[in-house]
Design a protein around this ligand. Structure first.
Ligand code: ADP
Ligand code: MG
Length: 292
């Protein structure tokens, strides 16, 4: 493409809040045949709200939530923010936390007083050495509603279950439909549970779901599709999406997400609206056809 046609296209994109990094990103976008999308913060608002709290054993709900609030205060995950706000709304103060560790794609753990607390998915319970079987039925019932259910363990024993719901962005459905019309296959890759992921994917008409994936798995998925001869775009918002964004032909970051995602991306959607991908694709096709 000529420098002039590239400038025109990137200028049009920028006006619509679609930042295209360079000529390569613009040109590659037309050749993409598969889009991988992260769920949380990309297809969904990334603004979940706390909906359910269940306790097991003899811990009080208030004591458990105080520790959960304390521990999530140290996490930057969108789930953590939702959980903190939901507990604050119940007027339960944070318990003091003396040690804290976030485990990407799994959850958080730490110490409060003499007790150890862990919160997250099934993989996080494995880290904490807690058996979560007693909570699975209730967790699955929440997940088929599209909610994200997380286990809580205290001192290595299952103590509770909390769930949040993260609304699907109003624009996601139209964007997915338009990308289908443009001939793209859409794969959702998420660290979230299979049941939650399917409930969300089904509402959006997404072709394939890869659930329970760790950050390195997202990058491995890009590699797998490359080996099959596909050209891949990957859209994500999180720190853990950065390796896959960098590996894809076109990395697409949400301007509302983590800085490192933006740095790894060829395209940034300032408004975090997936219809920007449709626009980037059209600009790319138009630029390439201009120069035959
Ligand atoms: P996604 O790929 O959908 O953005 P992540 O890979 O960031 O999701 O997280 C995967 C799962 O790990 C979450 O669904 C949740 O169960 C658990 N998790 C991660 N961080 C936290 C946290 N701070 N608090 C509770 N659970 C967490
Ligand atoms: Mg995410």
């Amino acid at each position: 493409a000529t420098p002039m046609s590239i400038m025109t296209a990137t200028g049009r994109g920028a006006q619509a809040g679609v930042l295209i990094k360079d000529a390569e990103a613009l040109e590659r976008m037309a050749k993409v045949d598969i889009l991988i999308v992260d769920k949380t913060g990309t297809l969904t608002e990334g603004k979940p709200a706390l909906t359910d709290v269940v306790t097991f054993g003899n811990v009080s709900e208030e004591a458990m939530l105080a520790m959960v609030r304390g521990i999530e205060a140290g996490s930057e995950h969108p789930l953590a923010e939702a959980i903190v706000e939901g507990i604050e709304a119940k007027d339960i103060a944070a318990a003091p936390i003396t040690s804290f560790e976030a485990i990407t794609g799994k959850g958080v753990q730490g110490t409060s007083g003499k007790q150890k607390i862990a919160l997250g998915n099934a993989a996080m319970m494995d880290v904490a050495g807690a058996d979560h079987k007693a909570a699975d039925k209730q967790a699955d019932a929440l997940r088929v509603q599209g909610k994200t259910a997380m286990y809580i363990a205290i001192d290595g024993k299952l103590a509770g279950l909390i769930a949040v719901t993260d609304p699907i962005k109003a624009t996601s459905r139209d964007a997915i439909a338009a990308l289908h019309e443009a001939g793209l296959k859409i794969i959702m890759a998420t660290g979230d549970n299979e049941k939650t992921a399917r409930a969300v994917a089904d509402q959006l008409g997404i072709d394939e779901v890869r659930a329970g994936v760790l950050p390195e798995d997202k990058k491995a998925l890009v590699d797998e599709l490359h080996a099959q001869g596909h050209k891949v775009a990957m859209a994500g918002d999180g720190v853990n999406d950065a390796p896959a964004l960098a590996a894809a032909e076109v990395g697409i970051a949400m301007g509302t997400g983590a800085d490192v995602a933006v740095e790894s991306a060829g395209v940034t959607l300032l408004k975090g609206d997936l219809t920007g991908i449709v626009r980037a694709r059209k600009l790319s096709v138009a630029t390439l056809s201009n120069i035959k």
